[in-house]
Design a protein around this ligand. Structure first.
Ligand code: ZN
Length: 70
């Protein structure tokens, strides 16, 4: 299911994690040449990608939310 990026945080290994509108987290690693997401390494790039739709596998699995907005 496609879900929009609504925010970001970093995990304990400093990898960037996107917060999706559905309440799930998804890693957005910059790990070339397999995953080329140079944009995630800069503040400007991350801001630019807010609203980008990512395919959320957790939604397809009906997994419980990773976070809840209050
Ligand atoms: Zn989801």
């Amino acid at each position: 299911m496609k879900q929009a990026i609504v925010g970001y945080h970093q995990d304990e290994e400093q990898h960037w994690v996107a917060k999706l509108s559905c309440g799930h987290n998804q890693h957005v690693r910059h790990d070339p040449p397999w995953q080329n997401r140079l944009w995630v390494t800069t503040e400007l790039g991350r801001t630019d990608k807010l609203g980008l739709l990512l395919n959320c596998v957790k939604c397809d699995e009906q997994a419980p939310p990773d976070w809840t907005s209050i």
